[in-house]
Write a protein that binds this ligand. Structure first.
Ligand code: C2E
Ligand code: MG
Ligand code: MG
Ligand code: MG
Length: 277
């Protein structure tokens, strides 16, 4: 009897694994189609503003995918899917080209766009053509230096630090700002942080959300912002949702804020109408 239950349990488990596996396979096919047709994939843009004045300083590009049968899929799901299935490179090409096209169109309309930050996954960062591709985009779209910037997470820079520094330096040479995303949640090695040619720390939204609620996390926030100031890095607080959080951040050395309080990520035209026009 126990044996039978065991077998049933095993079958149930294996069925649900199959279902999940099948769903991933179907999603992979759907993503492949989206990349082939260019349909359903695009970017939304979220402003980063000065904490004190609210002035627009830069914009983060966030990938969006809506599939006819899956509906909207979160980038937290489809970026890792693309990394597992070899689709990250074509996806990356499509998204970077979309940003460059958008910047060119704003420039052609006589607007003065601010830098647009693109998130880079590990495979994107370590791809051998990264620098050449970005250089080519700058040329092809005649973009002024510094209009593209990049966000990457600590884990990407954990190993191969010398090679990472070489790539980061090449990006800096193109005038790109480089932010460490979700800072404070990964395994950073503080001993080499000062050697990295990055420009910005983006403090993870978990710290912002615990403001006024968790003394320990405020102590870490104070330490991170103090250290960033010492290292002459710009500090961004992400995930700012309330006026109370914005005011609480005034105590710390935080230059820029980003979050639903200011704006959700927006379609390009909405962002343009609200922030660039
Ligand atoms: P991230 O780069 O840390 O982006 C911040 C995430 O927080 C975004 O989620 C954004 O929509 C969300 N967010 C912004 N303000 C608030 C707020 O006030 N409250 C809350 N609760 N959330 C807020 P999203 O767009 O779902 O992206 C999730 C992650 O997926 C990103 O985290 C980034 O790691 C990755 N991602 C998104 N687009 C791309 C892309 O084009 N390329 C790569 N490689 N990764 C991307
Ligand atoms: Mg980001
Ligand atoms: Mg982040
Ligand atoms: Mg994140």
């Amino acid at each position: 009897r126990a044996k039978q239950e065991g077998r049933n349990a095993y079958r149930l488990f294996s069925t649900s694994l199959d279902v999940r596996e099948h769903r991933w396979l179907a999603m992979e096919t759907a993503l492949r189609n989206a990349l082939d047709t260019g349909l359903g994939l695009n970017l939304h843009y979220q402003p980063l503003v000065a904490r004190d004045t609210g002035r627009l300083v830069s914009i983060e590009a966030l990938a969006r995918w809506t599939d006819p049968s899956f509906g909207p899929v979160s980038p937290g799901d489809f970026i890792p899917l693309a990394e597992r299935t070899g689709l990250i490179q074509p996806l990356s090409q499509l998204l970077m080209r979309t940003v460059a096209t958008q910047l060119r169109s704003w420039l052609d309309s006589g607007l003065t766009p601010v830098p647009v930050a693109v998130n880079l996954s590990a495979q994107q960062f370590w791809h051998q053509d990264l620098i050449a591709d970005i250089q080519a985009l700058y040329q092809e779209y005649r973009l002024p230096a510094g209009l593209l910037s990049f966000e990457l997470t600590e884990s990407i820079l954990l190993d191969k630090q010398q090679q990472a520094i070489t790539i980061l330096n090449a990006l800096r040479q193109l005038g790109c700002q480089i932010a460490m995303d979700d800072f404070g949640t990964g395994y950073s090695s503080l001993s080499y942080l000062h050697q990295l040619p990055i420009t910005t720390l983006k403090i993870d939204q978990s710290f912002v959300q615990q403001l006024g609620e968790n003394q320990g996390s405020e102590t870490i926030l104070a330490a991170i912002t103090g250290m960033a100031q010492g290292l002459k890095l710009k500090v961004v607080a992400e995930g700012v949702e309330t006026q109370a959080q914005r005011e609480a951040l005034a105590k710390y050395h935080v230059d820029l804020i980003q979050g639903y309080l200011i704006s959700r990520p927006l379609p390009a035209d909405t962002l343009r109408a609200r922030y660039l026009a």
